[in-house]
Write a protein of this length. Structure first.
Length: 117
C-alpha cells in the first residue's frame, strides 16, 4: 500500500492496462462491456483511470524515460539465474533508484519528494 491516497492513474492503451479500444468491441453487449481487471480495481478503490491519447506516446514520456533508466542501469547490468534472483535484485534496485537524485524532482530523490508531499 502507498503511504498516500492514489486518486488517479494514467496508462497507455496497452491490453495489459485496458480493453477500452479492443475488448469493448468484442463484448456481446456493447452497452455493458466487460471491464478490464485494472478498471475494476480502480472502480473498487475510487481511482480515476486516465488513458493517454491513442498514438501519442510522448504523453507517457516520464514512464518511457523510467523504462529506459531501468533498462540501462538494471537489466543490462544484471543476469538472473532464477525468478527468485530477479525478484531479489529488483527489490534492491528499487531501493537504490528511490534514493537517487532526479532532475525532474529538482534534485530530490523520490523518497525525499514523497516525504515533502
Amino acid at each position: 500500500m502507498a503511504p498516500f491516497r492514489i486518486r488517479a492513474i494514467k496508462t497507455d492503451n496497452g491490453s495489459n492496462f485496458t480493453n477500452r479500444y479492443t475488448g469493448y468491441l468484442k463484448s456481446s453487449d456493447p452497452f455493458n462491456p466487460k471491464l478490464h481487471p485494472l478498471d475494476i480495481l480502480c472502480q473498487k478503490y475510487n481511482i480515476i483511470h486516465y488513458l493517454i491519447d491513442p498514438g501519442k506516446p510522448a504523453q507517457n514520456g516520464k514512464v518511457e524515460r523510467s523504462h529506459r533508466t531501468d533498462q540501462e542501469m538494471f537489466y543490462e547490468r544484471n543476469e538472473f539465474k532464477t525468478l527468485e534472483d530477479l525478484e531479489t535484485k529488483i527489490k534492491i534496485w528499487n531501493i537504490e533508484y528511490n534514493d537517487l537524485e532526479h532532475c525532474g524532482l529538482n534534485g530530490l530523490t523520490p523518497n525525499e519528494a514523497l516525504r515533502l508531499s
